[in-house]
Design a protein around this ligand. Structure first.
Ligand code: SAM
Length: 296
């Protein structure tokens, strides 16, 4: 079960969608001064080099962050602007690359770095990582940050341990759940973890990432999450981005996020960004997005 290393997928189209949503969730929740606890249940290594190691081998960033950067540069030349959401996202990525010549992107921050950099003094970050090597890299990377003192890192199975952190002391919490789904059981574990989490902390903001695969469990995931949100009468938002439709290819072509208790601003924010992302990252005529929400 330990063959998955997120570096292979760093800066991919799926990372862009996930991190764009994540940044907006944090920015919205930080509009109030109260302390915010952010939990990243599947942290990975925290930050990745795109020019060597696994990321350079897979080169998924070429269909992701590199493609988006190129698109942004062309739009700028044409005098067109991107959405505020895409600008905020690109600012976060550029901030990790300020030392690189010509504004080139060599480093891609994963969710732990994005969350750590956005933390205010009153906020807390809780990171889970189970991979025996990845956890050491994550600890080393987080130790370089001034926000390390506000961060707890757990070498533990987050599906069983998440409930122990809920509700957070301030009752203001954001939970990112981003499994690799390498183990088919992850779909089942996710459902149980979400049932327990909602039972303890139904008002938290939960963002669940999922790959869109032909696998039955993957296709059923949004409906399972709708059922959990519905049983607590909580609002939800579902966003999906497909960059191509080549059924014979095995690479990941689409992904989604299911958000329970989304900020009221998220739908508008995504309605502005998704057409641009679809244009920037779309590889064939099958590129499309979906945006659905439910209010109670
Ligand atoms: N959230 C990261 C980001 O956006 O940069 C990427 C995380 S990656 C998709 C999933 C990570 O979860 C992998 O590093 C994997 O080792 C780890 N993992 C898998 N099962 C886990 C579990 N039950 N508890 C905690 N971590 C787990």
């Amino acid at each position: 079960m330990f063959s998955y290393r997120h570096a292979f997928h760093a800066g991919s189209h799926a990372d862009i969608l996930k991190h764009l949503v994540l940044i907006h969730l944090v920015e919205y929740l930080q509009e109030k001064p109260g302390a915010l606890t952010m939990v990243d249940t599947h942290a990975g290594a925290g930050i990745y080099s795109l020019t060597d190691g696994f990321a350079a081998v897979s080169n998924e960033a070429s269909g992701g962050i590199y493609r988006l950067m190129q698109f942004a540069a062309e739009e700028k030349v044409a005098g067109r602007s991107l959405s505020a959401g895409i600008e905020s996202y690109l600012d976060c990525i550029r901030a990790e690359n300020i030392d690189s010549a010509n504004g080139e992107i060599h480093i891609y921050p994963g969710s732990p770095f994005i969350l750590a950099r956005l933390m205010r003094p009153q906020d807390r970050l809780k990171l889970f990582e189970l991979h025996p090597r990845e956890i050491d890299v994550l600890r080393h990377n987080i130790d370089q940050l001034k926000q390390a003192k506000q961060t707890d890192i757990y070498a533990a199975d987050s599906f069983t341990r998440l409930k122990g952190l809920l509700p957070p002391p301030s009752r203001r919490g954001l939970v990112l759940i981003d499994p690799s789904y390498e183990d088919k059981q992850d779909y089942r574990y996710l459902e149980s973890a979400m049932e327990e989490a909602m039972h303890r902390f139904a008002t938290g903001c939960y963002a669940i990432w999922y790959p869109m695969l032909s696998r039955r469990e993957s296709a059923a995931l949004p409906d399972r999450m709708k059922k959990i949100a519905g049983s607590h009468q909580r609002p939800w938002l579902n966003v999906e981005l497909r960059v191509e439709n080549s059924p014979k290819e095995r690479r990941l072509q689409a992904s989604g996020l299911f958000i329970i208790n989304p900020p009221w601003t998220l739908e508008k924010h995504l309605a502005e960004s998704l057409p641009i992302l679809t244009k920037a990252l779309g590889q064939d005529s099958g590129a499309q997005f979906l945006l659905k929400s439910f209010e109670v």
